[in-house]
Design a binder for this molecule. Structure first.
Ligand SMILES: Nc1ncnc2c1ncn2[C@@H]1O[C@H](COP(=O)(O)OP(=O)(O)OP(=O)(O)O)[C@@H](O)[C@H]1O
Ligand SMILES: [Mg+2]
Length: 182
């Protein structure tokens, strides 16, 4: 992989004040995504990776509620209309990284799908030179920070998150990531 393809080419960062706003970010992001796109979600347990993916699924108009894929490695959500399928992967379980990903025998072609990978950083980058990295952190000092989540990250209430998106590769060069903040 060349140094050049590692250079971030577009970026955005904003705070998201709760779970429903996080879904809204996902719905807005879905409108910018196209077949073949790879989205890597990074953040601690309970950060909101699945919540964001749920919004992406809603925005793409796919079948089936997006839930935590913790007990399966990947789930395919077929499109209800003529958009791309959503492939939702939990790479936490992908010990072997990319090889295992290719062995999953998903019955859709990744270049025709939107592929969203939780815990994908450091595991599945080789899938594509073009990637959208999304980092979700608990926002310091924001409304609800520190009180809405226990050590296990199992937050019941709403908390503020900081979401930082970085597009890597030619696909994202010059692509606007503005207007995603809820
Ligand atoms: N701003 C926020 N954005 C997203 N989720 C939030 C926010 N505030 C509170 N939450 C809550 O935090 C939890 C996020 O859970 P979610 O399953 O989306 O996290 P995750 O990052 O996928 O975790 P895991 O690493 O276990 O897969 C939900 O209970 C959600 O309601
Ligand atoms: Mg999750």
């Amino acid at each position: 992989m060349s140094q050049l393809s590692e250079t971030p080419v577009s970026a955005a960062s904003f705070t998201v004040p709760g779970a429903e706003p996080m879904r809204e970010v996902g719905r807005r992001l879905a409108a910018r995504l196209r077949p073949g796109d790879l989205v890597l979600l990074t953040g601690p347990l309970g950060a909101g990776k699945t919540t964001l993916t749920r919004g992406i699924g809603e925005g793409l108009g796919v079948r089936g509620a997006v839930t935590s894929p913790t007990f399966v490695i990947a789930r395919v959500h077929p499109p209800l209309g003529d958009g791309p399928p959503l492939v939702h992967v939990d790479a936490y379980r992908l010990g072997g990284g990319l090889d295992e990903m290719e062995d999953l025998d998903l019955d859709v072609a990744l270049p025709e799908s939107v592929v969203v990978v939780e815990w994908g950083e450091g595991r599945v980058e080789e899938l594509s030179d073009d990637r959208l990295h999304v980092v979700i952190e608990r926002a310091e000092g924001g409304a609800g920070a520190g009180e809405a989540n226990g050590d296990n990250g199992d937050a019941d209430g709403d908390g503020t998150r900081r979401v930082t998106l970085t597009g890597v590769g030619p696909r994202w060069r010059g692509a606007s990531l503005d207007g995603l903040a809820p």
